[in-house]
Design a protein around this ligand. Structure first.
Ligand SMILES: NC(=O)c1ccc[n+]([C@@H]2O[C@H](COP(=O)([O-])OP(=O)(O)OC[C@H]3O[C@@H](n4cnc5c(N)ncnc54)[C@H](O)[C@@H]3O)[C@@H](O)[C@H]2O)c1
Length: 253
């Protein structure tokens, strides 16, 4: 498939999980991609260049977006996939944890988008794909900071879509849920002591999947989200802006 031929794309959070699968899908559809992450990105697919970019560090974002736009000779699509999940009982949540999660997920999405917008407007067919989450709407106890950051991303998406609708830029969120990645594989390390597991009941997908987390919970393939991002980035998404697309195996059907 070559529907993204000639598209110049910047992806954050590309070293792992959904971001990594997204880079591979976009490149397979013909895009030229700068794949960035706070950790080194190990990908050598044709059309993919890599760089280190910390979305929570304004200087890194300013320099990294500018370098990516220069390498690509412009920018048509931004995919804000970088994200972290930390959890705690809310009455024990430190301000540091709250600020860290908001800084990466919400402020990071804002910073990268702000820096990319001039080039996306210049493109005339700009697209921003943000990563919200089902946590913005349901099913995620002990994750107040994460859920708030993802709800903020959904709200940011609506506002940006309207503001730039007449300047050729579409802005859309994907809201994944229960997808195999660094976040879901490492759930043991971030689920706090003493949680009530019955409260996680709405997290499980209803569609069949062969994949599980290390503790045996069913999860979807990151490639399933990557395919939706590729659609949104392409002309197949030409009439879609200011909305969320949930990709969660029907957790809340
Ligand atoms: N996996 C799921 O079920 C699920 C559900 C809802 C939303 N999401 C969202 O999907 C996106 C991708 O996450 P994933 O599930 O693939 O997890 P992941 O941990 O596999 O990937 C997240 C990537 O973001 C990078 N990152 C973290 N902090 C960063 C920073 N400051 N600057 C740049 N990169 C940074 C990490 O190094 C990692 O490579 C995230 O925004 C996540 O919140 C995932």
């Amino acid at each position: 498939m070559t529907r993204l031929r000639d598209r110049r794309i910047l992806v954050t959070g590309a070293a792992s999980g959904i971001g990594r699968a997204t880079v591979q899908r976009l490149a397979a559809e013909g895009a030229r991609v700068v794949a960035t992450d706070v950790s080194p990105v190990e990908l050598d697919d044709p059309g993919v260049e890599t760089a280190v970019l910390d979305v929570a560090d304004e200087e890194s974002v300013v320099a990294g977006v500018s370098a990516a736009v220069a390498r690509l000779g412009g920018l048509d699509v931004l995919v804000n996939a970088a994200g972290i999940l930390e959890a705690a009982h809310t009455h024990e949540t430190s301000l540091e944890l709250w600020n860290r999660v908001l800084a990466v997920n919400l402020t990071g999405t804002f910073l990268v988008t702000r820096e990319a917008l001039p080039a996306l407007i210049e493109s005339g067919r700009g697209v921003v794909v943000n990563f919200s989450s089902t946590s913005a709407s349901f099913a995620h106890p002990y994750m107040a900071a994460y859920a708030a950051s993802k709800g903020g991303i959904a709200a940011l998406t609506h506002s940006l879509a309207l503001e730039y609708s007449k300047r050729g830029v579409r802005v859309v969120s994907v809201a994944p849920g229960s997808v195999k990645s660094g976040i879901t594989d490492n759930a043991d390390s971030w689920i706090p002591e003493g949680v009530d597991f019955s409260l996680f009941g709405k997290l499980l997908p209803i569609l069949p999947t062969d994949l599980t987390t290390p503790v045996g919970n069913p999860v979807g393939r990151p490639e399933a989200v990557a395919g939706v991002v590729a659609m949104l980035a392409s002309d197949d998404g030409e009439f879609i802006t200011g909305t969320e697309i949930r990709v969660d195996g029907g957790t809340h059907a």
